[in-house]
Write a protein that binds this ligand. Structure first.
Ligand code: SF4
Length: 340
């Protein structure tokens, strides 16, 4: 569970039950500074004299706000809409895709007006009837570390569980799932766990749950009947990569229940970076050891109009061949969504 160093309440956040609950939970905790804003200038309350310290202080900050614009962003190709419960994440993964999106003080923010957000989701569901509408809960966040005191996912899972025409999905690198286990999800929420080898997690994924804890959490969700998937990303090529990814897959296979209600899904993404991301990573993590030598990579234009440095074709082919063969051999009730 994420215990922030400071919690900043935006104007009006304390008018909502969730705002009050978070305030009451932390108001007596001397280690957590409570700031009530009179304007909505959040960043001036987050210290830091250089880029790395601003990043670290931002990551220790929780903002409780109110989602004013209820126009949801689209979320192709994995879902129809983003569900804006939480933005940001307290994890400190060196390669995080959010590094280019959250600015120099990347705080986590929860929206206190969850009922407004779910009411809006209902409008989007109604508009698309009789089609099913899919919502993504982790497009700009990892929503799990704040869940023990926001209960936002809990409300969303129960809400979507009642609706045959709605589906919900999110992905996490954390393990605070106990409050989600006994919910009436009706198989409408798919939980994906972002997982990697211990070498990769220990080297690059700071302030996240360990590999063992993520696996344990994924098994709890699978046993609770949720559709469960694994996002193995980013895949790195390094000495022993095949042995270590093999061990990881074997462990998943051994621990998954045999009577899965839904096929376990796999999404495999090889490491890639943009020049913008690389420049930010070099400032925030000046000592990082991420493999980002442009000469060793292939430059490829992506579907969103900007270029990325991906592994050369022979490496990508090796990754595809390895994971396809391993997953096909080890798992029975499974679906490989993509290997890229
Ligand atoms: Fe980014 Fe996910 Fe790591 Fe959080 S856990 S820092 S969202 S990669």
């Amino acid at each position: 569970m994420f215990i922030p160093k400071r919690i900043i309440f935006e104007k009006e956040a304390l008018d909502y039950d969730l705002g009050k609950e978070i305030y009451n939970k932390f108001k007596e905790n001397d280690k957590v500074k409570i700031i009530k804003l009179t304007s909505n200038k959040v960043k001036q309350h987050i210290p830091g004299e250089d880029v790395p310290s601003q990043y670290k202080e931002g990551k220790k900050t929780l903002v409780v706000g109110v989602k004013k614009s209820l126009k949801f962003q689209t979320c192709k190709p994995s879902a129809h809409y983003q569900l804006p419960l939480v933005s940001g994440c307290m994890g400190q993964c060196e390669y995080c895709y959010l590094n280019t999106k959250l600015g120099d003080k990347p705080f986590a923010k929860v929206h206190a007006n969850i009922d407004d957000i779910l009411n809006q989701a209902q409008k989007y569901i109604n508009e698309r009837l009789p089609e099913i509408t899919i919502f993504e809960g982790a497009a700009t966040s990892d929503p799990i570390p704040v869940e023990p005191y926001t209960h936002s996912l809990e409300k969303a899972i129960v809400f979507f569980g009642k609706d045959e025409n709605a589906r919900f999905r999110f992905v996490t690198k954390f393990n605070d799932v106990d409050s989600l286990i006994n919910l009436e999800h009706n198989g409408h929420t798919e939980v994906r766990f972002s997982i990697n080898t211990s070498s990769v997690i220990n080297k690059y994924e700071h302030a996240t749950a360990s590999r063992d804890k993520r696996i344990e959490a994924s098994m709890k969700m699978a046993k609770a009947g949720y559709p469960v998937g694994f996002l193995i990303a980013p895949v790195f090529i390094y000495p022993n990569w095949k042995e270590e990814y093999h061990d990881l897959l074997v462990e998943l296979k051994d621990k998954l229940p045999e009577d899965l209600k839904f096929p376990v899904t796999f999404e495999i993404i090889s490491h890639r970076y943009t020049t913008t991301a690389k420049n930010i990573i070099l400032q925030v993590f000046p000592k990082n050891e991420l493999p980002m030598n442009d000469e060793e990579r292939k430059f490829k234009y992506g579907q969103f109009g900007y270029g990325k440095y991906v592994y050369p074709k022979e490496n990508i082919d090796a990754i595809k061949e390895f994971f396809k063969k391993e997953i096909e051999t080890l798992f029975e009730n499974k679906e490989i969504k993509y290997i890229i």
